[in-house]
Design a protein around this ligand. Structure first.
Ligand code: PA5
Length: 446
């Protein structure tokens, strides 16, 4: 993985980047010595080096069993309890994976990440009469979206195959002792995995939260861990700023913020990276957006969105910067054929690979956006493989921790996400919310 700041550093005075760069070492050190805010949630910092072989083997064995017994595996979870797995699975799989007729591995689908009635009805229609299993992931064990989907799917599975068989096809990933999901799993006798106390949802992809659904989809979780280990070493507090990509990324984003760049857009030129950006948005959004501070994390899929958001990025308010996630090699080679009539005028690129056209679109876009006043960071990986994805995941996590400390917030809490829940519970008359229910009804009556 390589980070190139050349087209971004020129947008901020050298002195100001240098001053912030100097802060990153101390902020990075806080992640290792545990003296920073939110220090009870920094277990992810050393996780790659500490993942134990027995746990990986256990996850692989459970994944094998689900793969052998299920045509479809539903991963129920929301936010940090599903985005990392989906990011990796979609980055590695065929874009048309679910439609491929001859499959080695089950189709992995996702639920419990919304409350769409039609979504759940469509999912249940898909699962009807099919051999399916469920991985239910919730650290708190009480998240409404996930619990609701799980109740529906569990009921359906038990009706389809009976309680004994259903039990074999359900795995719970949750807290070691607390929460409704832990109690339910103990009562029903499900296979369970523990989410460590000191790892928050959005930093949990390298725990069973991410690794189990990734292994079920057939990917090499050991290579992902290896990649994360590479990056744990490369971004450690004792690695000097000039060689430390996480420190550099944290510094430049904070420098750009000081100069009015309040939105960061993560850009890909590969549709498989759409969910990687969703994972990244949660990581940075929940970690930095608090105390009325933080860069707004946005994302676009190019070249698709060049035909929609491209206008805004080229020419709109100059409060944005871009971080392009560029992938060197493609898995496949597709060569553009020549055509005798050339009515579409494409013969000038005949004989060249589609990826060559894409790379020129990428370069052309980066240059145009820099010319238009949009600072551009470039992150390059040689290919979309498990190992490079592991590197990227840890790189972004480490940089996020450093960047949050530079910004001056606690990057490991998310108090803001409770507000909507309180209102929803009050509106639904949840027991225990009587006073809030009365208050909200009075407010709605005006
Ligand atoms: O990052 C976070 O902490 C959140 O996104 C949580 O992962 C998300 O709200 C799901 O929570 P839980 O795993 O408790 O169901």
């Amino acid at each position: 993985m390589k980070l190139n700041l050349q087209n971004a550093a020129s947008f901020v005075p050298a002195g100001s980047l240098k001053a912030i760069a100097a802060q990153t070492a101390a902020c990075n050190e806080l992640l290792e010595n545990g003296r920073g805010a939110g220090n009870d949630y920094i277990g992810w910092v050393t996780l790659p080096a500490e993942i134990d072989n027995a746990l990986l083997s256990d996850i692989e064995a459970t994944a094998k069993q689900l793969r052998e017994n299920c045509e479809i595996v539903v991963v129920a979870g929301i936010g940090g309890s599903y985005l990392g797995a989906r990011a990796v699975n979609e980055a590695l799989a065929s874009s048309f994976d679910a439609y491929m007729p001859q499959r080695k591995n089950p189709i992995v689908v996702y639920a419990g990440n919304n409350i769409g009635e039609d979504y759940l009805a469509d999912l249940m229609a898909l699962l009807k009469g099919r051999k399916f299993g469920i991985i239910n992931i919730s650290k708190s064990g009480t998240t409404t979206e996930t619990a609701l989907a799980f109740r529906l799917l569990k009921t359906m599975l038990e009706q389809q195959v009976g309680k004994d068989e259903a039990r074999k096809r359900i795995v719970a990933v949750t807290d070691k002792a607390k929460g409704a999901l832990r109690s339910l799993a103990t009562k029903e006798g499900y296979k369970t995995y523990v989410i460590p106390d000191n790892v928050g949802g959005r930093f949990s992809v390298l725990t069973p939260v991410g690794l189990l659904p990734i292994a079920v989809a057939g990917w090499d979780i050991r290579a992902i861990v290896k990649g994360a280990q590479d990056m744990q070493k490369a971004t450690a507090a004792n690695v000097p700023y000039e060689q430390n990509p996480a420190a550099q990324y944290a510094a430049i984003r904070n420098a750009l913020l000081q100069y009015g760049k309040t939105t960061e857009i993560l850009v890909n030129f590969n549709p498989r990276l759409h969910y990687f950006a969703e994972w990244w948005k949660q990581l940075y959004g929940e970690s930095e957006g608090k105390d009325h501070l933080g860069i707004f994390p946005a994302s676009v899929d190019f070249t698709t969105d060049l035909h929609s958001m491209g206008q805004w990025i080229q020419d709109g308010e100059r409060t944005i910067f871009e971080t392009v996630l560029s992938v060197g090699d493609q898995k496949h080679s597709v060569v553009i054929p020549s055509d005798a009539a050339d009515l579409d005028g494409l013969n000038y690129i005949a004989g060249r690979r589609v990826d060559e056209v894409n790379k020129m679109a990428e370069l052309g876009t980066r240059l145009a956006h820099v010319d238009g006043g949009v600072p551009n960071l470039l992150i390059t990986i040689p290919a979309l493989t498990e190992r490079y994805l592991g590197q990227l995941i840890y790189f972004f996590e480490r940089a996020c921790g450093i960047s949050g400390y530079v910004l001056g917030v606690n990057p490991f809490n998310q108090p803001g996400v409770e507000a909507y829940k309180k209102n929803m519970f009050a509106l639904l008359n949840k027991p225990g919310y009587e006073a809030q229910s009365a208050a909200i009804q009075a407010r709605l009556k005006g």
